[in-house]
Design a binder for this molecule. Structure first.
Ligand SMILES: Nc1ncnc2c1ncn2[C@@H]1O[C@H](COP(=O)(O)OP(=O)(O)OP(=O)(O)O)[C@@H](O)[C@H]1O
Ligand SMILES: [Mg+2]
Length: 310
């Protein structure tokens, strides 16, 4: 796997040798941050998630890929407490998380963004950021009774929010309503807001979807930065160029199951992955733009072509 190290200028340095033993779906990791077992979620007769075993490596960037309807978002919802599984358990940093509600999951250091952004349109950008801070005033009765304490805390939260907004080039929009932002800026706002709580694990559901190409490079850099700062990233993405560029490890879901995993180059030349993408589900429209989906399929085809040439 050491051939994966690409310390060349402009290429991110990949984390390698994170697994133990043969690379098969569910392969153990040397230092997992999440370990999930027998996680299932059904909707009526449909099994959306059926994950037997999966481990997410710590301080690395893992991409969760798979065709529309594979169960990626549902799995995110389960891991972050936004939905409840039918069966299964999982740990985050060794702590059992099954049945823990989303706000507590976030407080434990595991935050996520949404495929359809959840920025609150009628709040300003700055107020959206403040919602992401943990341990806010008023949550603690004692602190709420001592205004000089919460005023100081409020100032610190605001300073932190402004610093993050500057990093994401949204500081000039701090007082604007979130409704006035473009789709891409909302994605950036959601990511910036997630960082307000100093998370350990950042989970991003399609961070690039709807983002103007002019913003994509900076978004990629922000994600790479998270790893440099010691965080772990798990992201869902259909853009295979991006996955190949920034992911240290790729996990493939199809029909609720983990069908493959491994370093990006190996996974993307794996026949099971090609089947998962180009099989019967690739043209299923689940509310996504069908042109986008066609683009995704084309991007994968391009990658496969690139593989053939290398
Ligand atoms: N709340 C729900 N009620 C009923 N069915 C649902 C619900 N949420 C998801 N599903 C179904 O579960 C399956 C998995 O959906 P999910 O959104 O997790 O897929 P995904 O991999 O995130 O897809 P995409 O790439 O399109 O975002 C789909 O068949 C979907 O229709
Ligand atoms: Mg999804």
């Amino acid at each position: 796997m050491s051939s994966d190290v690409k310390p060349t200028k402009g290429s991110p340095v990949k984390s390698v040798d994170m697994h133990v033993g043969e690379i098969v779906p569910g392969v153990p990791k040397k230092d997992p941050i999440i370990v999930a077992d027998h996680v299932t979620r059904t909707f009526g007769g449909l099994t959306a998630v059926d994950v037997d075993h999966v481990e997410i490596p710590r301080n690395a960037i893992t991409a969760l890929i798979g065709p529309n309807g594979a169960g990626k978002t549902t799995f995110f919802n389960l891991l972050t407490g936004f939905d409840k599984p039918d069966t299964g358990k999982w740990t985050f940093m060794g702590k059992s998380l099954a049945g823990i509600p989303s706000f507590r999951v976030a407080r434990l250091g595991q935050v996520r963004t949404f495929q359809l952004t959840k920025a609150l349109s009628l709040l300003t950008v700055l107020d959206n950021m403040k919602l992401g801070a943990k341990g806010q005033k008023g949550e603690n009765m004692f602190v709420a009774l001592l205004p000089w304490l919460w005023r100081k805390q409020e100032e610190e939260i605001e300073a932190k929010a402004m610093e993050l907004l500057a990093r994401f080039k949204l500081d000039t929009k701090a007082e604007d309503y979130a409704a006035s932002l473009s789709g891409g800026q909302r994605k950036l706002l959601e990511m910036a807001r997630a960082l307000m709580s100093d998370p350990t694990l950042v989970m991003l559901d399609e961070p690039m979807a709807g983002v103007n190409p002019a913003l994509t490079q900076s978004l990629l850099d922000h994600i790479l930065d998270l790893k440099t700062q010691g965080m772990t990233v798990l992201f869902v993405e259909h853009d295979m160029q991006m996955v190949r560029h920034i992911a240290d490890w790729v996990i493939v879901m199809a029909e609720g199951k983990i069908v493959a995993e491994g370093p990006p180059d190996a996974v993307m030349s794996n026949p099971a992955v090609i089947d998962a993408y180009l099989g019967s589900h690739h043209d299923q429209d689940l509310g996504e733009d069908p042109d986008q989906e066609k683009e995704n399929v084309n991007a994968i085809k391009e990658l496969l072509d690139a593989d053939d040439k290398s």
